[in-house]
Ligand binder design. Sequence first.
Ligand code: HXC
Length: 514
Amino acid sequence: MAIKSKLRELQEKREKILLGGGEQAIEKQKALGKRTARERIMALLDVDSFNEYDLFVEHDARDFDMDKKSLPSDGVIIGTGTIYGAPVAIFAQDFTVAGGSLGLMHSRKITKIMDHALKMRMPLIGINDSGGARIQEGVNSLAGYGEIFFRNTISSGVIPQISVILGPCAGGAVYSPALTDFVFVVDNISKMFITGPEVIKTVLGEEISMEDLGGARVHSEITGNAHFFSSSEEECFDQIKKLITFIPWNNSQKARPFEAGEPLNEFNINKIVPDDPTLPYDVKDVIRAIVDNSDFFEIMENYAKNIVIGFGRMGGKTTGFVANQPLEMAGVLDVDSSDKAARFIRYCDAFNIPLITFVDLPGYMPGVDQEHAGVIRHGAKVLYAYSEATVPKLTVIIRKAYGGGYIAMSSRHLRADFVFAWPAAEIAVMGPEGAANIIFRKEILSSDDPDETRKQKIEEYKQKFANPYVAASRGYVDAVIEPSETRKFLLHSLAISENKSIQLPQKKHGLPPF
Ligand code: HXC
């Protein structure tokens, strides 16, 4: 009997806590198209795989009448579970409880699960839905955030860290996600800002909506804070699950292999790049013509579209792809695309994911705007990231590889392991027009027919340099290959690079230009 009543007591206690912030708050949450924190965890994890911890944790704040308030589970749910069998540690903030605000005990729950994730070397997923530091708890809330940021940083590059923004995340609630590897946002639901509209109105006298300030589109198209955009929580969770299949559980492992599959026939690699070198094409079609099952999982699809990054599988194994996109600004490297590429290269390097780079770019973006925005510093990140990466690095030069762009995009000189070029590749210091105008300027200007002479000189330059054979004659390019041979060459190169091992000089850490 005693045990039965203890069991009933447990059930009653649980049921009370599971109500979260109460029916009204839950209704408000639902009306906004949002699920509750617990529903989110259940939707994301494998069925019956979730073990919850610290259900009974409560805050012990006293000021501002907090001693009279009960905040179930202190507004955050923590636990462990699996996604397609992969172990994950997870926390989900419960906005129905004090707006998911972060007090001391709330932060201790999060840091507890972060410590587990690091100790057990498994991915960490944080579902963020929070008004930021709990104002009533003062410096204790700030201390809590500091403890989280510290752990995000220490865990960086050891375990994958994924942030899901599913509410109005304000103040400290956005800096933890910013320190993690992948940030997911959902249209109309996700908001991220350091200071909200109220503060902006008070301090600057400007009116702005939460959506325009830091909505999902803002962060996936303008700021680059978000890596994945979706239109519903359901779609967002599907994206997270797919990502989990591509990445390893920690930095001492490789991603789980899948069954290999051939690319689909509809992506014919011989027909993607136009004959006319001035015409654009979609480089994603080249990637799809190369990867298993033509399945390319793009990251940051809507930000700095002039470079494409993402995961695919080659012979069943996860591979990272970086590719200039001729469809957008001719695929130039600029401030934003450099940031996007450099961080992804470092991610792949940290987690043992080989890199394949497709090159077709006229170089770095010229102009006052870019110079003043720091294209030197940001562009240098790409050089740094490729040079430092020790995972297998394979490069395919499709068409243009001019100047700094040639060097930056995983060239032999930054220690690419294999560099292949298609026959239409143009590897030179700059494009024929610009080059001819500079080196033959005097001849062009002093000739009887400058336009004709310019044409001749451009042609002369093209013949001499705008091809892959000069680079191949120096061994900077290992093989000039037909497009249809690309997958074969890449699969072989990846297979023989499986046990690649190189040592960089001992150092505490380098100083990348960030
Ligand atoms: C305590 C908070 C809170 C907070 C929200 N709540 N944010 N309680 N501390 N930071 C409470 C509200 O009082 C309310 O409680 C409930 O949560 C729901 O909030 P609403 O305002 O009713 O919801 P909504 O209209 O959807 O607006 C959400 C919001 C807004 C945009 C997030 O609440 C807001 O602006 N909050 C403050 C955001 C902020 O400035 N945070 C920064 C904190 S400083 P009741 O009881 O009425 O239901 C910070 C510094 C860290 O984080 C810096 C580290 C680098």
